[in-house]
Every structure is written in C-alpha cells, then in structure tokens.
Write a protein that binds this ligand. Structure first.
Ligand code: SF4
Length: 265
C-alpha cells in the first residue's frame, strides 16, 4: 500500500470552501507552483487551504510544486460527470471486486488509526443508491454521489465511481476485512437481485454527537456548553457549522464523523 489520504468527509470538508475549490480548478488545468496559486487566491491562509486539500488526499505538495493526486484527478473527473440516474433495481449490476487499496496514512485526530482509499470495480453507478438499505447505518448523499456507511467508529464512503474512503482503520488487516465485508454484502444483494430491508435503523442521540464535539464549552456556537449544543443540534434547533472550532485541522476527523452522523438525525 502507498501512503495517502482520506475520505469523503475530509474531501467534503476540503471542497466545502470556495477558495479550495478554486485551487482544485486551477490544478485541473495544470500543475502549479505555490507562488502561482498564492497569487491567484491570496496569501491569506494559503498554507491552511493547501493543507486541507493535502489531508483530504486531493493534492500533492512537493517543495513549491502542487499537483493533483490520482484520487484528486478521479474526484474532479467524477464531479464533472452528469449525475448518474438511479436504477430501479439491481438487475444487470455486475459483481464487484476490491481492485486496489491505494493509500494508507495516519488519521489526523488519532495517529494510531489510519485513513485508506480503495477501489471497488466495476463502478456501481446508478445501483449505488439502491444499496443503502443493506447497511443499518448508511445514508446515500445525492450531493456527493456517495453512500456513507458507519461501522462502529469507522466511516466508509463509497462513491458511484468505485472509489472508497475509510477513516479510523486500525491496520491493513482491518482495512481488508472491512473492504471484503463490504464486497460480500454488496455481491450477495446483487446475486439475489433484492436489496433487503435493514434489520435496524439506529437513531443518533445527543450523547453520541457530544462525543465528537471539542468539549471546550467555548460558547462560540451561542450555546452555554458543547452538551447544550449537542441537544439543540439533535432537536434541529442549531446547525453544525455554528461550531467553528471544528474547522481546526485537529478536529477534522471529528467533523467528518459529525457530518456523517448528522445524516441520521
Ligand atoms: S462552539 Fe463548539 S466547542 Fe464551542 S461550545 Fe459550541 S459546540 Fe462546544
């Protein structure tokens, strides 16, 4: 396995910012130097923006040279594609194989855990959304064209292009086990032609949200404490982006997880 980066949700965080999207658009056109990018977007927080893109596995930074990673290229290609139309059933969907585990790097929040990027082929395209009921904790996101699956503390994001990103993986063996489990579940559904009704749908409560908040009780969000914020978030009375400390790089994985958990509220 080669060193590299992460997910979805890290990717989603990275691409949520207009300046970073501009950097990505520049790199789609051609490789750039840091100075060129700085000239186009300004020096303010340049290093921070580049770091966010790098941590998401979208770009490589070598000395002053900036380039898209393979994953970054695939991601930008997928973004420019027209949204795939969801199929009515799984008929004609080919069985998938794990063809690649491309990257493995320490998670930012927990250096004992890893992020990985892998590939399931052939692409699931319009069948992907149909797979949502297979997993008790899964949500299909139309916005990013991906199925986000939570398995314990592991977050798996499966894109219609076949890219898979996972966070909080203990080691390579666990990465393979998770990927093979994913493949098995999907292929069983394809073989039977039926997407089973999930055994249970777990509801996320405020205590689970609280686990991933910074727990500083800084009140920036307008609430008296992180715990109060968690309660109000679950009640739909506030928004996750009100907690701006979560944008700090050290909370990147927590933010990733919270964004996924939000899908279950
Ligand atoms: S802004 Fe975030 S860290 Fe600060 S109190 Fe609110 S939830 Fe907690």
């Amino acid at each position: 396995m080669v060193g590299g980066q992460a997910d979805v949700k890290l990717v989603s965080n990275a691409m949520a910012n207009a300046t970073r999207r501009k950097v990505m658009a520049m790199l789609v056109e051609s490789n750039r130097t840091k100075a060129e990018v700085g000239k186009a977007i300004g020096q303010s927080m340049l290093d921070y923006h580049l770091q966010m893109l790098q941590q998401a596995g979208l770009i490589d930074i070598k000395d002053d040279a900036l380039d898209l990673t393979e994953f970054g290229k695939n991601f930008m290609e997928a973004k420019s594609e027209k949204p795939v139309e969801t199929k009515k059933d799984l008929s004609g969907t080919p069985l998938v194989q794990v063809t690649e585990v491309r990257q493995l790097l320490p998670c930012i929040a927990d250096a004992s855990k890893f992020r990985i990027i892998a590939r399931l082929q052939p692409q699931l395209s319009g069948s992907l959304k149909l797979l949502e009921p297979l997993f008790p904790r899964a949500r299909y996101s139309e916005k990013i064209g991906a199925l986000i699956i939570q398995r314990g503390s592991i977050l798996i994001t499966l894109y219609s292009t076949g890219n898979v990103t996972m966070t909080m993986i203990k080691n390579e063996d666990e990465a393979k086990e998770v990927l093979n489990g994913l493949k098995k579940t999907i292929n069983e559904a394809i073989t039977s032609g039926v997407t089973p009704v999930p055994r249970e749908k777990i509801k996320v409560d405020h205590s689970e949200i609280y686990k991933y908040l910074p727990k500083t009780d800084c009140k920036i969000c307008g609430e008296q404490s992180c715990y109060a914020f968690a309660i109000r978030l679950v009640a739909g009375e506030t928004a996750l982006d009100k907690c701006t400390p979560l944008l700090e790089p050290r909370f990147a994985t927590s933010l990733e997880t919270l964004r996924a958990l939000r899908e279950y509220l």
